[in-house]
Design a protein around this ligand. Structure first.
Ligand SMILES: Cc1cc2nc3c(=O)[nH]c(=O)nc-3n(C[C@H](O)[C@H](O)[C@H](O)COP(=O)(O)OP(=O)(O)OC[C@H]3O[C@@H](n4cnc5c(N)ncnc54)[C@H](O)[C@@H]3O)c2cc1C
Length: 288
């Protein structure tokens, strides 16, 4: 199918882009990589009257080190996947990105687009939650930064106002003693996962967990943390607490049933993936 008629604007500055969004309200949509928006428009599930293409806005692209890592919103998935900085300082992002779609999608799709799109089954939102990332957004009133914990509100819905644009995502500085793990189960490689888990743990000098963040995709209308499982790990090696954390995660979750999987199946897979993620964390070593 073809999209419903729409107007197209290609601003060259953020000010111009946010002012267009302000002018058109919820009739306008930001166009980034187009890998989610255009299929929705083709199926007429989305009918924006105006597309504000941010691909020519300067300064929204690239990965820089600033203590942690800052990933500009327009940075393509493939650039993130190939980035030596991401591999060295945020390897869980590299691992997760290997599961995002296929080459064609990764070539156009953007890091900020996947963040703003907030698909509850997507890898990046869950990883941002596990990493305690900060999302920088800009609107006509200025810039603000939103913690990943607060950013994802519901299915395809975030804290973003209609006239705001995600400009960058900040990943915190990796801890000296940190472990991480990412796993997902999907029907075929590259498909959206039925369930995914991103786990990050800060370890003390004895290799025991002092703080953990475990986020899952595909089990609710947003990515969710399993806080009881996280707390149960404190003071233990990740692998020693893996079974109990998996059980606690399973108890906390009440996933929806859909065409792809029942609630019971998703819950059991989620528990098993949490256990698996914690069991293989140690072997992956620190995040440097
Ligand atoms: C066949 C197929 C398989 C896929 N598989 C996966 C997968 O396994 N995992 C996965 O995570 N994704 C998958 N995707 C989606 C892909 O990752 C998209 O690239 C991503 O979801 C959206 O990024 P985009 O840059 O293409 O955004 P767009 O499609 O341009 O935009 C998506 C939404 O976000 C908004 N938006 C985009 N950028 C901004 C911004 N900077 N500020 C404010 N709002 C913004 C748009 O207005 C729109 O509502 C798949 C897509 C396809 C077509």
């Amino acid at each position: 199918m073809k999209p419903a008629p729409f107007k197209y604007a290609s601003p060259e500055s953020l000010e111009e882009a946010t002012s267009l969004l302000q002018q058109h309200g919820d009739d306008a949509k930001v166009l980034a990589g187009g890998q989610s928006l255009i299929p929705l428009m083709n199926m007429r599930l989305a009918r924006p009257g105006v597309l504000v293409d941010i691909n020519h806005v300067a300064g929204l692209d690239g990965i820089s080190r600033n203590g942690g890592l800052t990933i500009g919103t327009n940075t393509r998935h493939v650039t993130v996947l190939r980035s030596p900085e991401v591999r060295a300082y945020a390897p869980i992002v590299n691992e997760a990105m290997r599961h995002v779609g296929h080459v064609g999608i990764r070539t156009r799709g953007t890091f900020g687009g996947a963040t703003a799109h907030a698909d509850p089954a997507a890898e990046i939102p869950a990883v941002l939650l596990a990493l305690d990332a900060q999302i920088t957004v800009q609107g006509p009133q200025g810039t603000r930064t939103i913690a990943a914990d607060d950013f994802f509100v519901s299915t395809f819905t975030t804290e973003l106002e209609d006239d705001e644009i995600v400009t960058a995502v900040q990943l915190p500085h990796p801890l000296d003693h940190a472990a991480w793990s990412f796993h997902e189960v999907s029907r075929r490689h590259g498909d959206f996962a039925l369930v995914g888990v991103a786990a990050v743990a800060e370890l003390d000098g004895s290799g025991n967990v002092s703080r953990a963040r475990i986020a899952l995709s595909g089990v609710a209308d947003t990515p969710v943390r399993v806080t009881q499982a996280e707390d149960s790990l404190v003071g233990r090696a990740p692998a020693d607490g893996a079974d109990e954390a998996g059980r606690l995660a399973e108890q906390q979750l009440d996933p929806p049933s859909d065409f792809h999987a029942t609630s019971t199946y998703r819950r059991e897979v989620a528990g098993a993936l949490v256990t698996r993620a914690l069991q293989d964390m140690d072997t992956k070593g620190g995040s440097r």
